[in-house]
Design a binder for this molecule. Structure first.
Ligand code: HSE
Length: 404
């Protein structure tokens, strides 16, 4: 018999209990042993839940029970999730998690502690919800040098942008819908300001390049300035606005950024809607591979959590993976110094705006004149050059969005 404990009975925690229960026979067949949830740690009581009798409020019950060998942490937030994870690993208990904040911030240390104590620390559910991406990067793409990863890594913002674009739903209402569906973080600013995607980019960069970046050092722009007018304008020009996380390794440096981008509808990422995520990996042997699926939500994320539990139960101890990155692999994030891209710029129109803008920007591609608004796509320009030209033309800027 293998005894597991769950930390957290929220959206993902209750999903994990459901997956382990509904697919118990299948899981036990794969593992070759019986699997029981012995405890579920939560601050709350759940008298109406089928798992309510398993709920404990004291973490030491789990830590001090030698029968519990696998712990799934789905608490969210850095603390006490990090502290509980560390204690479990120090006690030789393997931990799996959906908590990208803990992996992105403390993953290096936790992986080291796990390796030193004969335990595993796995985090398939921390990126892309139900999409397999961590294990494919570690195993299936192992013969490759990965050069770049680009993707839609946040389900909440993709859901919001899709609702704005297809239904004209205002931002606040679309966010409420995402929260009611269990996609958003407890504090949704991590979603809408881009930090959640930045944390996931850190995890992917660590898996792909073997280097850990500081999530707070990644240039990060969220979607709070995007309006339904922007999404409609983009659509009329053949683009969809997506929050894109991008990381690449060039000349030994790692570049990373998160920002809204205009993605051509013909691009595979342009057709990814709702809570779905898409991750495009560019590698030297395989070329490009795309991973696609539900990026958030109860059962998809729980599926990824349980996949890691099965991995540990099935292969232990030989399945305990060596850390992909170590303390020696902390790396600086390099901004894209000469990074150039085209941008959609929307200005408030005045009588002489067209002449002024033509003088400053040269070719104005996809020019559109709407009442009071003038929009166009620039030639590829650096960030600094764009800033300078916008400032020189002295016209009120309504919005600016990078093209992919
Ligand atoms: N809030 C996250 C998202 C949950 O919307 O993608 C999954 O990590």
């Amino acid at each position: 018999m293998i005894y597991a404990a769950l930390l957290g009975l929220g959206v993902v925690g209750s999903g994990t209990a459901e997956v382990l229960t509904k697919n118990k026979k299948l899981i036990e067949k794969k593992v070759g042993d019986r699997v029981e949830i012995k405890y579920i740690l939560d601050l709350r009581d759940f008298p109406d839940s089928p798992f309510g009798t398993l709920v404990v409020h004291d973490f030491s019950c789990i830590l001090n029970d030698p029968q519990v060998t696998v712990v799934a942490e789905m608490m969210g937030g850095a603390h006490p999730a990090y502290d509980f994870t560390k204690s479990c690993l120090l006690a030789g208990k393997s931990v799996v998690t959906s908590n990208k904040e803990v992996v992105a911030t403390y993953g290096t240390e936790l992986l080291r502690i796990a390796a030193e104590h004969g335990a595993a620390y796995l985090f398939e559910a921390s990126v892309g919800g139900g999409i397999p991406i961590i294990r494919p990067l570690r195993e299936d793409l192992a013969p490759n040098h990965v050069s770049a990863i680009s993707g839609i890594l946040n389900g909440t913002t993709n859901y919001i942008l899709t609702q704005m674009e297809t239904e004209g739903t205002p931002f606040d209402e679309a966010l409420k819908q995402a929260q009611s569906k269990g996609y958003a973080e407890r504090n949704p600013s991590a979603d809408i300001d881009g930090l959640d995607a930045a944390r996931k980019a850190v995890i992917l960069a660590a898996m792909a390049f073997g280097k850990r970046l500081d999530p707070n050092a990644i240039p990060c722009e969220g979607i709070t300035t995007i309006t339904a007018e922007d999404t409609a304008l983009a659509r009329s020009m053949g683009y969809s606005i997506k929050l894109i996380a991008h990381t690449e390794q060039a000349d030994g440096k790692i570049l990373a950024m998160v920002s809204p981008r205009l993605v051509p509808l013909s691009n595979p990422l342009g057709g990814i809607n709702g809570v779905f995520n898409g991750i495009l990996v560019t590698a030297d042997m395989v070329g490009q591979v795309m991973f696609y699926g539900p990026g958030a939500g109860k059962l998809p994320t729980a599926s990824a959590v349980v996949s890691d539990m099965i991995d540990i139960m099935e292969h232990s101890p030989s399945g305990i993976h060596a850390p992909v990155w170590t303390d020696a692999d902390e790396a600086d994030v390099f901004e894209f110094p000469g990074y150039t891209c085209a941008r959609l710029l929307v200005f408030q129109a005045t009588a002489s705006a067209l002449d002024t803008l033509t003088a400053r920007f040269g070719s104005l591609h996809s020019l559109q004149l709407a009442p009071g608004r003038l929009s166009f796509v620039t030639d590829p320009l650096s960030e600094a050059d764009t800033d300078q030209r916008i400032s020189d033309c002295g016209l009120p800027l309504v919005s600016r969005i990078r093209l992919l």
